[in-house]
Design a protein around this ligand. Structure first.
Ligand code: BG6
Length: 482
């Protein structure tokens, strides 16, 4: 599919997200498509002219790393423009943006295609979408118009519904791109391919053969300087409602009838609607206290900047989901995430049932570990299937061995997630973006758990999480813990 010429309007153009992820992705796009006519019109509160903004972006990109000063300068000069936008804007401000975008389009022979990328704090989504609507910038008269919304999409079911309603007042669903950057990770996309292209596993993908599924995203990073945002979000809103739930839907959904965005997203919504909201006994929460992660001293969560000293915001959450459909009834899906943990690992472990008759039961020293299929998403990118094999020698001593496949060895480094997302927005491919129904169905699972009172168990930074979580899932890094 070819990429159409367009003006990429970047709201929040001086923010961290723009500098670290969106602008480097646009630079990559420019490098890969030198003849593509596109320009970036960034907006932010700062009083900058085009040249000053370019200098700031070049400095930021070089600081982030991986980009030379020369290529950043070339990109900035060829593609980047800036327009100041007050925090409390008037219609005139938006009209100025519209006119500048139109002027640039004319100058570069681009036409009417527009991307509006909201790299903004979530509180500003509604207002920005509203002004785009009021000034007619949402209309697809002379080309396509697409709006891109970053996460978090709402902070509960009601606010997500409200935000969807506001967006739908001005934009059709086919124009709305809700980002979940996990969907653009190659290893995550491979979950779909793995299921669709390998029927030998698909036949086993059900309650008859599978005992449980564990989805883990463990981080070693702590909250750092993000306390202002994180203390209102916590692990459920920051990671589970979006990233881990996306992983869950890809593993649990039915195989779609086609590979287009609508068919895939419809199946994801169906499995979410077959899943029960998280029950009281299916949730464990934790919060890290001071400790050491990878030899680095970490202060306790409550001592972090902008965190309330008596905060009960969880930095760790583990939920057991129950899917009430014919394929999965009775198979627990355990979703676990946490910050300041012992190890950084994202993986999905599918545990198969053990043999119905324990043939080796009476043999001394023998036990049969279940077959496991492990999708390692990051930092290692691989999958592994474990088998029990006979250890040579007397008797039937069964030990696990693995078949594995390593992504990087086979294909080299994957493309960064934001490059894939930016390209898909311009192509008009919504497969890796979250549909309105999907986001609401996902909030439905967690809304009750967010409202209920809860116990938040402390765990030292650098540990495997709170001991209480073992009732749902093994502790992070338990296998290699001293
Ligand atoms: C973000 C969360 O969406 O994802 C962060 O806000 C988290 O808290 C990050 O650290 C994890 O992303 P990745 O790609 O590093 O696994």
């Amino acid at each position: 599919m070819t990429l159409d010429p367009h003006v990429f309007v970047l709201f929040g153009g001086t923010g961290d997200l723009s500098k670290r992820l969106v602008l480097p992705a646009l630079l990559d796009l420019s490098k890969a498509n030198p003849d593509l006519d596109f320009v970036v019109l960034a907006t932010a509160r700062a009083e900058l002219n085009d040249a000053q903004y370019r200098d700031e972006v070049v400095r930021g990109m070089v600081e982030v790393g991986g980009i030379t000063k020369r290529e950043a300068e070339r990109f900035a000069k060829k593609r980047l423009y800036f327009q100041t936008l007050d925090n409390d804007p008037t219609p005139d401000d938006y009209e100025r943006i519209r006119d500048k975008a139109d002027g640039l389009a004319k100058k570069h022979g681009i036409g009417g295609n527009r991307v509006y990328y909201l790299a903004l704090p979530p509180g500003a989504f509604e207002m920005t979408a509203g002004w785009l609507g009021h000034t007619g910038m949402n209309a697809e008269q002379n080309g396509w118009v697409r709006i891109v919304v970053e996460k978090p999409f709402g902070h509960d079911l009601a606010s997500a519904r409200h935000l969807n309603a506001v967006l739908h007042r001005y934009f059709d669903e086919h124009q709305i791109y809700r980002i979940d950057h996990y969907l653009a990770k190659e290893t995550v996309q491979n979950l779909l391919v793995f299921r669709m292209a390998n029927p030998i596993f698909e036949r086993l993908w059900n309650r008859d053969t599978i005992e449980r599924v564990d989805i883990l995203v463990a981080e070693t990073v702590d909250v750092g300087t993000r306390g202002g945002y994180y203390d209102h979000a916590g692990a459920t809103r920051d990671m589970i409602q979006n990233h881990l739930t996306q992983l869950f839907t890809l593993v649990a959904m039915e195989i779609p009838a086609a590979t287009d965005a609508d068919a895939i997203r419809a199946e994801k919504v169906k499995v979410l609607r077959s899943t029960l909201p998280v029950g009281r006994r299916d949730a464990v929460f934790g919060q890290y206290t001071a400790g050491t992660v990878d030899g680095r001293e970490v202060i306790g969560y409550r001592q972090a900047p902008k965190v309330r000293p008596d905060s009960d915001t969880p930095t760790f959450a583990s939920f057991r989901l129950h899917v009430e459909n014919w394929r999965w009834q009775g198979v627990p899906f355990v979703l676990t995430t946490g910050k300041a943990l012992r190890e950084r690992v994202s993986e999905i472990v599918v545990t198969f049932r053990t043999p119905p008759v324990a043939f080796f039961r009476d043999v001394e020293g023998a036990s049969v570990a279940p077959n496991q299929l492990r999708f390692e998403l990051q930092p290692d990118e691989a999958f592994t299937l474990s088998f029990g094999v006979k250890r040579p020698g007397d008797g039937f001593v069964v030990v696990p061995q693995h078949f594995s496949f390593d992504y990087n060895q086979a294909f080299g480094e994957p493309a960064p997630a934001y490059r894939t997302l930016v390209e898909d927005i311009i192509r008009g491919d919504q497969t890796l973006f979250v549909h309105a129904d999907e986001v609401e169905a996902s909030w439905t699972l967690y809304d009750p758990v967010l409202r209920r009172s809860r116990t938040v168990y402390p765990y030292p930074a650098g540990s495997g999480g709170p001991q209480e979580a073992t009732k749902l899932t093994p502790l992070v890094g338990a296998a290699d813990a001293p």
